[in-house]
Design a protein around this ligand. Structure first.
Ligand code: AMP
Length: 217
């Protein structure tokens, strides 16, 4: 399975990716997670990316493309991958299609999640994540609270509020999504790969819709 997940921040791409990885064995590759790791490790890429991420803008295409192309060549992506948060621009979608065609492993589907602006803000302002890169579980203060306040259920690491999950930056990220990423829905529709899903509701409910959409022709 080789798919890309499209949708605004907070539409459930990360949560659905984890469920897809569990069910189908394809590797979850999230460009935002890769960038946050680079920022954390203070690599050259991380230092360049940080200013864009903190203000909710997109990191320049070339930086993200090099990073994702390298990631997709690793052995764990041979059985398939779920791209979460990538591509986000026409240039990224063009280059991804070119590389995958050249490697003889084109995409099977592009799944687009739709969700209201109010639901996005509610989901993201309450989101808490485990910063341990071997764990990475996400929680929500209202919808999926951890057993102990602000501590990861899985590995005991103190949970973190993402720097870009403030209301001001969330609104900027939604604006950037509408301007630069939403047009990709048409890009994938024309390519005959698009599956559109209602993203509101509990994770299991949305996952049922995803599985149905992937099974249909
Ligand atoms: P995410 O975790 O997907 O919400 O991404 C967090 C931030 O990382 C975004 O607001 C961007 O600044 C940056 N980012 C993630 N993926 C990309 C991408 N494909 N292209 C450009 N910037 C990205």
């Amino acid at each position: 399975m080789r798919i890309v997940l499209l949708g605004p921040p907070g539409s459930g791409k990360g949560t659905q990716s984890a469920l897809l990885q569990e069910q189908y064995g394809a590797q979850h590759v999230a460009s935002g997670d890769l960038l946050r790791e680079a920022v954390e490790r203070e690599t050259e890429l991380g230092c360049k990316a940080k200013q864009y991420m903190d203000s909710g803008r997109l990191v320049p295409d070339q930086l993200v493309l090099d990073m994702v192309k390298e990631r997709l060549l690793r052995p764990d992506c041979r059985k398939g991958f779920i791209l979460d948060g990538f591509p986000r621009t026409d240039a990224q979608a063009d280059e991804l299609a070119r590389v995958l065609t050249e490697e003889g492993r084109p995409l099977d589907h592009a799944v687009a999640f739709a969700i209201s602006r109010d639901a996005i803000v509610e989901r993201l302002t309450g989101r808490r994540s485990c910063p341990n890169s071997d764990c990475g579980r996400t929680f929500h203060v209202k919808f999926k609270p951890p057993a102990v306040d602000d501590v990861c259920d899985e590995c005991g690491t103190p949970l973190r509020w993402r720097d870009d999950d403030t209301e001001e930056t969330i609104l900027k990220r939604i604006e950037v999504y509408i301007e630069q990423t939403k047009p990709l829905i048409e890009w994938y529709r024309k390519a005959g790969l698009l599956r559109e899903i209602e993203g509101a509701g509990a994770p299991a409910e949305v996952f049922g819709r995803v599985r149905e959409a992937l099974a249909s022709n």
